[in-house]
Design a protein around this ligand. Structure first.
Ligand code: ADP
Ligand code: ADP
Ligand code: ZN
Length: 219
């Protein structure tokens, strides 16, 4: 069992790679972004509370996302957890360490996906996802085989996110550099940091991640 964090700015490809690891290694994806969007769709009080914050591109409070992760850590861990989009602040990173320790688990690797800002704009503006199975697509780099139909599950419920626009992306990137990028130093100091080139093709990035996983598993 391997527990990893996928760390990178919005659009780096975290969700795309997490989906592959779920399919190929039976790992469990814990995406706080997906959990928050689910809370919005189902109209819970928490969902309503975070909607505006998310659309603006700001971070929701540490307390909320730590609570969401805490709950999921009680559940099945399959081939290990993939933390996707969490932690995003130093307080969240400390909390994750404590939660893992409490449940007798440990973090095996933090994989930083490096991508430049110009590529992020292109990725975010072309992103769409399947509302039924969550598969992630892109207008140019990963279109569906048949227009309007999910390759994986056949659904025609393909959607774009409300926060995938230029204004919100600007705020999200600033939030990333101010609050999340310090985690790179934090995990480097702990000896957990691995870096992959996120600009490579999806299959190539997947191979780089697989190399890291093989390396930590045998060490
Ligand atoms: P992206 O795919 O662009 O990296 P996510 O789907 O991970 O974005 O997150 C979407 C939004 O949800 C964020 O902009 C933020 O408002 C909120 N969010 C998700 N995860 C966290 C977190 N760990 N801490 C605070 N806010 C979060
Ligand atoms: P994140 O979860 O980090 O926000 P996503 O996995 O949602 O990122 O990817 C953002 C967009 O970029 C999606 O439209 C996805 O299809 C596309 N994408 C992901 N990885 C790559 C890649 N290596 N090369 C080109 N496009 C990619
Ligand atoms: Zn689908």
């Amino acid at each position: 069992m391997i527990n990893i964090i996928l760390l990178g700015p919005p659009g780096a490809g975290k969700g795309t790679q997490a989906h592959r690891l779920v399919a190929e290694r039976n790992m469990i994806q814990l995406s706080t972004g997906d959990m928050l969007r689910e809370a919005r769709t189902s109209g819970t009080a928490m969902g309503k509370m975070v909607a505006d914050v998310m659309d603006r591109g700001d971070l929701v409070t540490d307390e909320i996302v730590i609570g969401l992760i805490d709950e999921k850590l009680q559940g099945d861990n399959g081939g290990g957890f993939i933390f996707d989009g969490f932690p995003r602040t130093l307080a969240q990173a400390d909390a994750l360490g404590a939660l893992l320790k409490r449940s007798g688990r440990k973090l095996d690797a933090v994989i930083e996906m490096q991508v430049d800002d110009a590529a992020l704009v292109a990725r975010i503006s072309g992103r769409f996802t399947c509302g039924d199975c969550g598969e992630v697509y892109h207008d140019d780099t990963k279109p569906t085989a048949k227009p309007g139909t999910c390759d994986k599950c056949g659904s025609s419920d393909l959607k774009r996110r409300a926060d995938d626009n230029a204004d919100s992306l600007k705020v999200r990137l600033m939030e990333y550099y101010k609050k999340t990028s310090p985690l790179i130093g934090y995990y480097y100091a702990k000896g957990d940091l691995h870096t992959v080139d996120g600009l490579a093709e999806i299959d190539t990035v997947a191979k780089s991640i697989a190399n890291v996983l093989d390396q930590v598993r045998t060490s």
